[in-house]
Design a binder for this molecule. Structure first.
Ligand code: NAI
Ligand code: MG
Length: 369
């Protein structure tokens, strides 16, 4: 059996509280399902800064690079608001993304039937929604050069960011999108702004060529990113996989996420390129939310985003599809039972804390075995 080295980086605030609920699931899987996860642990964010003076230590970075997958909680909090920029908590996450070359960010937007009423959109628009946004994460306007504020010498300054994409970057991100589509509804929608951006013209060409060369069995459609934003709130169920650049993906994935509810529900995955020999990818899984200092320590955090991130880890890093499906079904089942943390609470439901929610999901996961 392939190795299953998992590095846990719980981080700060509610990160460790949510991670504790995943630990219980892993302990059960190891004890009862012979899953053979080998766990290691490290510090990241403010807790790493307190221990080592850096947002992640070199030793923990090395562990992350050697692991088959990294589970990341959340970083940051008021305690570290004034630490130097280079060692601020977020620097730990950015370093991980960069050194692990995690170029593909996967953000699912799933509507759990039990929560279809609490969306800001009409129930029939979101009920049954299951889309996946694949955002390019290591290129584009966030990294392109020149990137500066230039003094024009006449009392004016010029702020400059540059959108840059090379062929290989578009090929590899669209390859991820096409491969994921094959495991889902087999459709990819590529979004760019080829009408006003040269990088958009190239994006469109390369996605089209990649599709023709290797993935012509998948249905491909192109959409201008602004029109895509409209369609996401008008009729999101028309989409399966959406692939887009770093900037548009940042915004479109946040929009898609909010179609279905609370930050406490949203998982994500960030994937690297497959290893030429083994075919395995570097990967990091994390909830979309931050460290929630306002509720940290109160036992009120919703652990579902973290647990659903672990389900993505089972699916994408370990090909444990049955277990991933079962864990996601356990989350849906607990919601069907009316169990809610404060962030998703509504009238007539049963309010619980982090630990009770984790226990309920584990019990359901066991019952579905
Ligand atoms: P946040 O996501 O931590 O919290 C926003 C709001 O959502 C808060 O009211 C919080 O209580 C609530 N919330 C978030 N997750 C929840 C959960 N699982 N259950 C119940 N309620 C939840 O974002 P905010 O407040 O902007 O940032 C707080 C800190 O987290 C900052 O230091 C920020 O830099 C950091 N941060 C870290 C991220 C990461 O580690 N990837 C991402 C975003 C923010
Ligand atoms: Mg964003």
């Amino acid at each position: 059996m392939a190795s299953k080295k998992l590095l846990l980086l719980p981080g700060d605030g509610i990160g460790p509280e949510a991670m504790a609920e995943v630990r219980k699931i892993i302990a059960y899987m190891n004890a009862e399902l012979d899953s053979e996860f080998v766990l290691d642990e490290g510090l990241v964010g403010g807790s790493a800064y307190d221990a080592h003076g850096a947002a992640i230590s070199e030793a923990d970075m090395a562990k992350a690079l050697a692991a088959d997958a990294v589970l990341f909680g959340a970083v940051g909090g008021p305690k570290w608001d004034r630490v130097p920029y280079d060692v601020r908590p977020e620097a730990g996450l950015l370093r991980l993304r960069k050194d692990m070359e995690l170029f593909a960010n996967l953000r699912p937007a799933i509507c759990y039937p039990a929560l279809a009423d609490s969306s800001s959109l009409k129930k029939d628009v979101v009920e049954g929604l299951d889309i996946l946004i694949v955002r390019e994460l290591t290129g584009g306007v966030y990294f392109g050069e020149p990137k500066e504020i230039r003094d024009l010498g006449n009392g004016q300054k010029r702020g400059i960011d540059t959108q840059v994409y090379d062929t290989y970057e578009i090929e590899r991100i669209s390859g991820v999108a096409f491969e994921l589509a094959r495991t889902r509804a087999n459709k990819v929608t590529s979004m760019e702004k080829r009408n006003v951006m040269k990088s958009g013209v190239l994006w469109n060409e390369v996605v089209t060529a990649t599709h023709k060369a290797k993935y012509s069995d998948v249905k491909l459609e192109h959409m201008l990113a602004d029109a895509g934003g409209m369609q996401l709130v008008r009729w999101p169920k028309q989409f399966d996989v959406i692939v887009t650049d770093n900037l548009f993906g940042d915004m479109l994935s946040d929009i898609a996420a909010m179609l279905t509810g609370s930050l406490g529900m949203l998982p994500s995955a960030s994937l690297g390129a497959p290893d030429a020999k083994t075919g395995s990818r570097k990967a990091l899984y994390e909830p979309v939310h931050g460290s929630a200092p306002d509720i940290a320590g109160t036992g009120a955090a919703n652990p579902i985003a973290m647990i659903a991130s672990f389900a993505m880890c089972l699916r994408y890093s370990f090909n444990m599809i049955a277990e991933a499906d079962r864990l996601e079904a356990a989350i849906a089942g607990v919601l069907d039972d009316g169990i809610r943390t404060g962030d998703i609470m509504s009238e007539g439901k049963i309010k619980v804390g982090t630990v009770e929610m984790g226990d309920a999901i584990l019990a359901k996961f066991k019952a579905l075995a």
